[in-house]
Design a protein around this ligand. Structure first.
Ligand SMILES: Cc1cc2nc3c(=O)[nH]c(=O)nc-3n(C[C@H](O)[C@H](O)[C@H](O)COP(=O)(O)O)c2cc1C
Ligand code: SF4
Length: 361
């Protein structure tokens, strides 16, 4: 039997070594408490408000404060906040989360080179999401040289993840070579000299396509300290996405999971529907840019407003909205609960010869 050590990231601990990944535009909003109850570190999405452009930053900050306070019972709960680097108000959201004493920030959709400058408190673990060795190198070298700091952990998101992907279209077309099985060992090598220099462990978390405990066992054997999971939590009763959104997950086939171009400037994984089919014809919809939320979104060139389309899908319009999902969504065949997902993973892990160091009920 191999022992699964609790995953420690700065002050936070996931006793089952699982992170519940953030799912933006509201999908993960009520998953925090149940995921933490099951022993996960849970990540709240930093995007809690989209609305009028006047006072947008202020209102988005207020919404994040409410989200954080609603998501945990105490500041000691293992709650992280996800902030997408591409958001125009990313810095303000980071400041707000730190002021609320959130001790872990997960930063995705872009490499945030000067993040340590905005978070002086070294007790806040800064956790970048990276897709490859190059991105890992850039972040570690920059943070080390300029700020004398290293990440609290590194989340390595492979091409099977849902939502935005830190991989080029060419990489996504080469699954033999661009897969977690290859990226994780290479990232571990990049990290090693920094672990030596700072005398600390920098846990590597595998994300993207971790559907069951057998997938998780494979990642642990590669040297990952834990996994991040998102897609499987969508079909949980606790997830507040509209039943139509969940049904898209339950009905989709492997061929329905496609990569699209996002106005964020990255590819993204979604379930095919009439809206996605329409994108193939490259015909722009009328983009009014209601919130000015993204730095990278060029309204004149954007084919659609992603904020609007994601919100439509979350609210149940799965014909005109955009349904993000990971590449293993087609394996989800029935609704469950957060506890059901975690218990299923732990049972598979046991079969694989892994047991948690502390009994999980
Ligand atoms: C519906 C959906 C929305 C997502 N939104 C975000 C997001 O806002 N920010 C982010 O960093 N990652 C986002 N992700 C990525 C997840 O947090 C996670 O890392 C990834 O999907 C893990 O792979 P899995 O879905 O195969 O388990 C999203 C994923 C999904 C499925
Ligand atoms: S058009 Fe782009 S920047 Fe404007 S609200 Fe939509 S996603 Fe945000």
């Amino acid at each position: 039997m191999e022992i699964i050590q609790p995953l420690r990231i700065g002050k936070l601990v996931a006793i089952n070594s699982i992170l519940q990944g953030a799912m933006g535009l509201y999908v993960s909003r009520k998953l925090q408490k149940p995921a933490m109850k099951e022993g996960c570190i849970s990540t709240a999405s930093g995007i809690c408000f989209l609305g009028q452009t006047r006072n947008f930053v202020e209102l988005a900050n207020e919404a994040l404060v409410k989200e954080i306070r609603d998501s945990r019972d105490s500041v000691d709960d293992p709650l992280a906040v996800n902030v997408m680097e591409v958001l125009g108000n990313a810095r303000e959201l980071v400041k707000t989360a730190v002021a609320e004493r959130v001790r872990m920030l997960v930063v995705g959709a872009g490499l945030w080179m000067d993040l340590p400058r905005h978070v002086e408190d070294t007790e806040v673990a800064l956790v970048p999401i990276v897709g490859n060795v190059r991105a890992t190198n850039l972040i570690l070298r920059n943070w080390d040289r300029k700020y004398g700091r290293v990440p609290g952990a590194v989340i390595v998101e492979g091409p099977l993840a849902g939502g935005h992907l830190g991989h080029s279209l060419a990489d996504l077309a080469d699954p033999e070579n661009v897969c977690l099985e290859r990226i994780i060992p290479a990232v571990l090598q990049v990290i090693e000299p920094y672990q030596q220099k700072y005398g600390i462990k920098i846990p590597v978390i595998a994300a993207g396509g971790i559907h069951d405990g057998h997938d998780m066992a494979r990642m642990l054997r590669l040297g990952a300290s834990g996994v991040q999971i998102a897609t499987s939590f969508v079909v949980c009763d606790e997830c507040t996405a509209h039943p139509n959104f969940k049904q898209m997950y339950l009905d989709c086939t492997e061929d329905d999971l496609v990569v699209i171009k996002s106005p964020v400037g990255m590819p993204a994984k979604a379930i095919v529907n009439p809206f996605v089919r329409g994108l193939a014809s490259n015909v722009a919809t009328r983009v009014v840019c209601p919130y000015h939320c993204l730095k990278s979104c060029k309204r004149e060139q954007a084919l659609y407003c992603i904020a609007e389309r994601l919100t439509m899908a979350y609210n149940g319009d799965v014909t005109n909205g955009l349904v993000f999902a990971g590449a293993k969504a087609h394996l989800l065949k029935k609704t469950t609960t957060v506890r059901g997902v975690i218990q299923g993973l732990l049972a598979d892990l046991k079969e694989e010869g892994f047991v948690p160091s502390v009994p999980l009920t």
